[in-house]
Design a protein around this ligand. Structure first.
Ligand code: NAG
Ligand code: NAG
Ligand code: NAG
Ligand code: NAG
Ligand code: NAG
Length: 762
């Protein structure tokens, strides 16, 4: 298909020559209008400009999606019939075997609903009700009516619009798929084989129209599960925080190659979007514990390298420098005409060969390679890239065979993200390879790809990693939980007294909070903890442990009527909290888990962590507050070094509890001092319900708790909420780095019911 484009360029070139070589004909807008839609041009009416038709949601441009202005001033394809917006159609669902589809129709359009029922003796798997969606796909999953036939593999069904050949599902049996009409093409496996373990090879195929796209959510689920497999396979050992084992590698090294098409079919805004998307992806990958080596380039007819993978062989390049390099990239006067996918893959092949040469054949066997190609696929130069892709396979597989079942297939993944409207799907799909799910994605806009990468982190694959969270900025409660999945509400109720505090999940069974949330006579049954983990929000408490040195009246004789030193406590839950993207642990100081989160060497010390997290004189940390229906994040400016003394002096303003003139009697070295405002900054002040909450810092998508909200010099607000500090209001947070022996004594040891402890540093 790509070749037809190449041919037209030739034809156009000869036209220019016979006209004297200098004059480039412009296209005209005459007759280009589309009924009920509009079009945009990438380079006005110049040759090479692309015309994109757009229709409203649920409609697609017909008969063509795009046109290209050729050098001879003509649009290709030429106009034959009026350009209109047609209703999106979904592929035929009446392919169900052993069941009925209602209502039966010739064609199914966006919004149409179908229901599925199986004949007696057959059971339904998949969705019994599906709706035709604006992206040209049916909601839910392929319905399958099957009966227990004693076969090894389950009936693989027939996806909408498809035809299946093969009705035997025993070990070694094959089924083949095609699409039922010429307007559809198949994405996914054309052939699947039943394996001994009762599973089919490959992925379920789907039939797409030219107007069918993957939604960001679908793409993220499919890409997420595939890439997480790669990322977590390479987890270093010692990561069994919640008792779950990862598939541990082989000291593997991960090489990630990212190639982004900036040929003329893509506008300048698209390039900025592409840059942002790649940065997002790299940050996402950086929140896992592997640190891949990156090769990143943009391409058209030439390759413009941004990050060179060979630099990683010399010394560690940090993700931050990679991101700077991408941000600095500017198209400038680079030639953006034409798309040469062969050159693209040759560039990658040569890098791989160089790495192999450098590290030696033996070490190279442990290298994993992930290629991600972003393109619209209209390659018009360099011929088919397939032979080069085969060379890449030969290099990685270390022999000349190929195919899905190659023993080294897990070492190479090629993902293709097809973007835009006129995509050359058949050609591009052939370039993909790899195990573990879908490798071909079709998205209408690069901004949807950003959403895809935002969703990529979740759930079980990253089970034991502390501090992971989503960084999305949506203002609904559900999303807030995903941003602060470690946050917990604590209620203590005994007799007439009710206390509300915040806390943080530090292991699956323990919540950290302030000791002052409990009174002397409180019992575990008076305490409940709220964390939403899909198994009921309210958690029962087995026991709680205030710091043994916490004693609010310890310094009454020195004029401190309420003394909050060691204001920290751990709550043990009856049952472990399930790890989901809404409920996950926070990282705490001086643990191996936190070294990994901070990307420090495994043998880094507690002091190194503290130096990394608390380094500036005025360090910005955050804490949470509960509002009516949600949680909000507050800023805390921590005064350190030579500014600390002036900060803690304001503790003396709390005249009702402090009757001494020595602030350090009340504010020991165990406290961090926050608050105040100047023209340069404004701290928030803690409100009563904020006590016990985590004071934390985000470090590359991982959250590390540094302190616990303890007390303040002024009562400025009660019952939570965002409230700014005035110039003398102060909050004092207990510094967790000062109470590590206490933390270790409780959560550094295996509990009686076998929950694995955190690994504290020596
Ligand atoms: C299917 O959708 C088309 C277009 O919106 C509509 O005209 C038709 O009535 C729908 N059919 C059913 C059964 O809802
Ligand atoms: C190959 O790996 C071994 C063990 O990881 C390492 O000691 C050696 O330096 C590596 N060789 C090269 C050339 O990188
Ligand atoms: C490129 O940007 C234009 C707007 O500038 C947008 O309409 C189009 O969808 C973008 N293309 C892709 C592939 O994201
Ligand atoms: C708290 O400190 C006071 C003053 O030193 C002491 O009398 C009291 O026994 C202490 N309470 C506990 C529970 O240790
Ligand atoms: C950690 O180990 C590396 C090499 O294994 C060594 O160079 C470094 O000094 C160690 N760091 C600490 C803090 O022990």
């Amino acid at each position: 298909m790509g070749f037809s484009v190449s041919w037209s360029w030739f034809a156009a070139l000869s036209c220019v020559l016979c006209m004297g070589g200098e004059v480039w004909c412009e296209c005209t807008e005459e007759g280009m209008k589309i009924e009920d839609g509009y079009y945009s041009l990438t380079r006005q009416l110049q040759s090479g400009s692309m015309l994109f038709y757009t229709c409203k949601k649920g409609y697609y441009p017909y008969p063509v999606l795009t046109r290209t202005c050729q050098l001879n001033g003509k649009w290709r394809p030429e106009k034959s019939s009026p350009q209109i917006c047609k209703l999106v159609e979904c592929p035929d669902p009446t392919v169900l075997e052993n069941g009925d589809v209602s209502p039966p129709q010739d064609k199914y359009f966006v919004g149409n609903e179908t229901t599925y029922e199986c004949y007696s003796g057959h059971n339904l798997r998949g969705s019994f009700r599906r709706v035709c969606l604006p992206n040209g796909k049916w909601s839910g999953f392929t319905p399958i009516c099957s009966r227990d036939s004693g076969h090894n593999c389950p009936d693989p069904g027939v996806p909408a619009g498809a035809v299946r050949i093969g009705n035997l599902f025993g070990i070694g049996d094959k089924v083949k798929y095609s699409c039922s009409n010429n307007n559809l093409f198949l994405v996914g496996s054309k052939e699947r084989t039943c394996l001994e373990n009762g599973q089919w090879t490959g992925t379920e195929p789907e039939c797409y129209y030219k107007h069918t796209y993957d939604s960001p959510l679908e793409a993220s689920e499919a890409f997420g599960s595939a890439i997480k497999e790669s990322l977590t396979t390479l987890q270093p050992t010692g990561n069994e925080q919640s008792g779950k084992n990862f598939r541990i590698s082989k000291d593997g090294i991960l090489n990630v190659y990212i190639a982004v098409d900036i040929s003329e079919s893509i506008t300048e805004k698209n390039v900025t979007d592409a840059k942002d998307t790649i940065i997002k992806l790299i940050k996402r990958i950086a929140s896992f514990t592997v640190s891949p080596n990156y090769e990143i380039f943009f391409f058209s007819s030439e390759v413009i390298e941004v990050v060179n993978i060979l630099d990683f062989l010399k010394d560690g390049v940090q993700p931050i420098t990679i991101i700077e390099a991408i941000e600095a990239f500017d198209i400038g006067d680079h030639n953006t005409a034409g798309t040469d996918l062969t050159l693209t893959f040759e560039t990658i092949l040569s890098k791989m060969a160089f790495i192999k040469d450098r590290v030696g054949e033996k070490n190279f066997t442990a290298h994993h390679h992930i290629l991600m190609l972003f393109t619209d696929g209209a390659y018009n130069m360099g011929g088919s890239p397939l032979p080069t892709v085969q060379k890449i396979k030969n290099l990685i597989y270390m022999d000349h065979s190929s195919g899905e079942n190659h023993p080294r297939a897990e070492f190479l993944d090629i993902y293709v993200f097809a973007l835009g409207i006129e995509v050359f799907d058949e050609d591009l799909q052939l370039l993909t390879t790899g195990l573990g799910g879908k490798h071909y994605f079709r998205l209408d806009q690069i901004t949807n790809l950003q959403k895809t990468f935002d969703e990529v982190i979740d759930e079980d694959a990253v089970m034991g990693l502390c501090g992971l969270h989503k960084a999305i900025d949506k203002y609904s409660y559900g999303y807030k939980r995903e941003m602060y999945p470690w946050s917990a509400y604590i209620n203590v109720e005994s007799g007439d007294s009710k206390t509300k505090c915040l806390g943080s999940l530090v292991t699956a069974k323990f919540v950290l909070t302030a000791a002052h949330c409990f009174k002397r006579n409180d019992l575990p049954r008076h305490v409940t903890v709220e964390i939403e983990d899909g198994h009921g929000t309210v958690k029962k408490v087995k026991d709680f442990f205030p710091h043994p040195e916490y004693n609010v009246s310890a310094r009454v004789d020195q004029g401190v009527l309420e003394f909050y030193d060691y204001d920290v406590a751990l709550i043990e839950l009856e049952t472990a909290v399930a790890t989901t993207y809404k409920s996950r642990t926070i990282c705490i100081p001086c643990t191996l888990e936190t070294n990994i989160a901070l990307k420090l060497p495994k043998n880094a010390t507690c002091q190194q962590q503290e130096e990394l997290l608390l380094k500036d004189r005025l360090e910005i940390l955050n804490f949470l507050t509960k509002t009516k229906n949600s949680i909000e994040e507050k800023d805390a400016y921590i005064h350190r070094g030579d500014t600390r003394a002036a900060c803690i002096k304001h503790a003396l303003d709390a005249k009702t509890i402090i009757r001494t003139d020595k602030a350090e009697v009340a504010v020991t070295e165990n406290f961090l001092c926050s608050g105040g405002r100047t023209i340069d900054y404004r701290s928030h002040i803690a409100c009563t319900g904020d006590s016990g909450g985590a004071v934390y810092k985000d470090f590359e998508h991982r959250t590390v708790q540094i302190g616990v909200v303890s007390w303040g010099n002024k009562k400025k607000c009660s019952g939570g909420g965002l409230k700014e500090s005035d110039s003398t209001s102060r909050d004092f947070f207990l510094n967790l780095f000062r109470v590590v022996p206490f933390l270790k004594s409780i959560i550094g040891v295996t509990t009686s019911d076998g929950y694995s402890p955190l690994t504290f540093l020596e």
